[in-house]
Write a protein that binds this ligand. Sequence first.
Ligand code: ARG
Length: 566
Amino acid sequence: MNFKQIISEKLNQALGQQVSNEKLEQLIEKPKDLARGDYAFPTFFLAKQFHQAPQHIAADVVKKLNADGFEKIEAVGPYINFFIQRDQFTSRIIKQILTQADFGKNQHGAGKNIVIDLSSPNIAKPMSMGHLRSTVIGEAISKIAQANGYHTIKINFLGDWGTQFGLMIASYKRWGNDQVINANPVDELVKLYVRINNEAQTKPELKDEGRHWFKKLEDGDPEATKLWSWFKEVSLKEFQTIYDRLGVTFDSMNGESFYNDKMEPVVQLLADKGLLTKSQGAEIVDLPKLLPDANFPIAMIKRSDGATQYITRDLASAIYRQDHYHFDKALYVVGAEQKDHFEQMKAVLRLAGDGWADNIEHIGFGLITMNGKKMSTRKGNIVPLVDVLDAAHKLAAEQIAKKNPDLQNAEQIAEEVGTGAVIFNDLQNDRNLAIDFNLEDIVQFEGDTGPYVQYTHVRAMSILRKAAQPVDSTQEIRLADSEAWGIVAKLSEYGSAIQRAWQLREPSIIAKYLLNLAREFNSYYANTKILVADMNLNSRLALVKSVADVLASGLKLLGVAAPNKM
Ligand code: ARG
C-alpha cells in the first residue's frame, strides 16, 4: 500500500465509512511546503455531505483518526496535515521488499482470464513495424496483467488465410523456383505476389487462377495445402528469430486459417439473429441500417463468390475465444489504424452476442520510427528490425568495452542491453503517441533510457558485491538521511504503478516509474557514502538491495533483462 491508500483508509474509518476510499484517495494532496506535512487532505469537499464547516470537520476527524504510523496528524484550518513516521515506514517497506518475492504485485485478477491478441503478422510478408510494436506492448501488458493476478493467454493471430494465398500459389506455379525461395523465403514470396498482381492488370485471367487456387485451399486440396504450409513454415522461421531475440513466446498460434471451418457457424448465427442481409449476392450485416445513430460502414461477411473476409475470421475467433477461455477481457494489441475494424466487429458481436462484446478492447498504438524511417523485418525502403537490434547490440558492446573491458559474457550482456534499449524505448512513452528516435540516444547509459535503468541496477548489485557482509533483513532498519526518504517513498509506490499500468493498459507507467526510481537512487548514491562500517551500514545495504530488487522486477515486467554486471 502507498501513503495515499493508507491515509484514505484511515480517513474512511474516521468518517464512519461514509466516503469511499477511492474518492478520498483522489482528494489527498502532496503539499509543496514540508511544514504542511507529507500529505494533506482538504475537507472542503465533505462540507456539504456532513453539513459542517470544513475547519470543524478537520478538527473533528483528527480526533478520531488512528495516528498509527504517523509522527503527527494536525488540523490546520480546513486541512488535515499528515506527517509520516518515516523510520517506521521505511523499515516496513524495506522488510516487505526483502522478504516478499511478489512485492508490489496483487491478486485482484485471480481466477480471471485475459486473452491478448498480439504480434499477428501476415505470412509471406515481412513483419512490419506495427507487428513489432504489438509484440513488445502485448508482451508487457501480459506480464503486467499477471502481476495483477490475472491468467493470460497470448495469441498470435497469424494472417495466414485469404484470397492472396490463392494468388501466391498461382504465381508460384507459374514462376516459382524452390531453390531461390529457400535461400530468401519471405523476400521471394513477396516478389511472386507482386509479380502476379502486376501481370494481372493486363491478364485478368490470372485473378481467376488465384481464386481457383484459393477455393482449392479452402476445400483442403492436398497440393494447395502443401504449398501454403510451406509458405507458412518458412515465414514462421523468419519471425521466430525476432521472437527469440525479444524473448517473446505465445500460448497459441491459432491464426486466421484455424477458423476456416469455423466460419459457417458464425454466418449461421448471424442469420439466426436476423442480422444477415443479401446484397448483390454477398452476405452483409447492414450496420448503417441496424444502428442508424452510429457511424459504421456495412460489414461484409461473405463476398458474392463465397469468400469470407478479415472481419468474418475475427468474428469467428472472438466467439471461439469467448467459448474457450471465458475471458474477463479480450485485448487486441493492434495499430491505431485498425480502430474502425474493431469498432465494427464489436458492433456486430453486440448485436449477436449476450453482452460479452463489451469485454473486448482494442489496444491501439502510434507509429514508431527511427530517424524518420519505418522499421520492418526485411530490407527495402524500411529499416529491418534485425539491423536495428544488431546496431543496438554493437553500440552497447562499445560502451561496455569502454566501461568494463574485463566483463565476462560481454556478448550476451551487449545483446541484453541493446535489445533492452530498443524494447524500453518502445514502451516508455504513452502507447498512442507517435515517436521518432535515434539509436545512439536510446542505447546511452545516461538519460531516459533502458540501459540507464539497467546500469542503475548493476550499480546497486556491485555495491552489494563489494560489501563485506550480506544484507540482514531481520535487523532493524535505520536510515536518517533525507535522500533515502525519496527512494523509500518511490519504492512504496511500486504497487500502485503496477495497478495503474494495468488499469490503463499502459506499460509506460512502469517504464517511467523505473526511470524515477533510478534517478532517486543515483542521487542518493552521489551524496551518500554507502559502504562505511558504521551502525547503519546494514540499513543502507538493505535499501540498496530493495532498489535492485524493484528495478529488476520492473524491468522484467517490461520484457527487459536486468543483468548483474555490464
Ligand atoms: N494480421 C493483421 C494485420 O497485419 C493483424 C491482426 C490483428 N489481430 C486481429 N485479431 N485482427 O493487419
